[in-house]
Design a protein around this ligand. Structure first.
Ligand code: AMP
Length: 207
């Protein structure tokens, strides 16, 4: 199964992707995470893209597309989390077979509150919400035991910019896949359990 998960910042793409990958052995590919890793490692690419990410803008399409194509090579089942983010990127992966595209829908006010409460582990791979999905021990990642931090781009001003970028660049991608007849939209303002149940029903017809 090859799935694309789209949605504005804070719509729960990462949480749903993590669950799907655990329950159904799908490879979870998150370009956002891969890019943050480059920044964290301080690679030459990481240094170039750090400001772009921290300002909530998009990293150049060609680079992200190449990175994703390398990741999916030889993989049968995967989930692309927050990719493609522009119609340019979507056209560049038209050669990849995709079974279903899911669009998680939430409004901007809900997202600002959600992201204000989001904390991620210092390694950047696990995400929590201080009240809805809290860690077992306050301030510490359940999996890595590393301290939980706030992402630099979860600042309210940057969230507004990320939302603007989403409207301008990514909403047309939703229309692009709608025209292909493989898109389903889900109300992602509900609690994480309900959202995940809706996704499973669409992807695997499981209740
Ligand atoms: P995310 O973790 O998906 O919220 O992404 C965090 C940041 O990484 C975004 O605000 C962009 O700067 C960058 N990014 C993630 N995915 C893409 C993509 N498909 N194309 C370009 N930039 C991306």
């Amino acid at each position: 199964m090859k799935i694309i998960l789209l949605g504005p910042p804070g719509s729960g793409k990462g949480t749903v992707s993590d669950q799907l990958s655990q329950d159904f052995s799908l490879l979870h590919i998150s370009p956002g995470e891969l890019l943050r890793e480059e920044v964290q490692k301080g690679t030459s690419i990481g240094k170039k893209i750090k400001t772009v990410i921290n300002e909530g803008k998009l990293v150049p399409a060609q680079f992200v597309v190449e990175m994703v194509k390398l990741e999916v090579e030889g993989t049968k089942d995967y989930i692309l989390d927050g990719f493609p983010r522009s119609v340019d990127q979507a056209k560049l992966i038209d050669d990849l077979p995709i079974d279903r595209v899911i669009s998680l829908e939430v409004n901007e006010e809900d997202v600002i509150t959600r992201l204000a409460n989001r904390r991620v582990c210092s390694r950047g791979q696990h995400s929590y919400h201080l009240t809805i999905i809290p860690p077992k021990n306050e301030g510490v990642c359940d999996v890595d035991g590393t301290p939980l931090v706030r992402r630099p781009d979860d600042d309210p001003k940057i969230i507004k910019e990320r939302f603007k970028v989403f409207r301008r660049e990514t909403e047309p991608v939703i229309a692009y896949y709608q025209q292909k007849g493989i898109l389903t939209s889900i109300d992602a303002s509900k609690n994480p359990k309900e959202v995940y149940a809706a996704v499973k029903k669409i992807v695997f017809n499981i209740k």
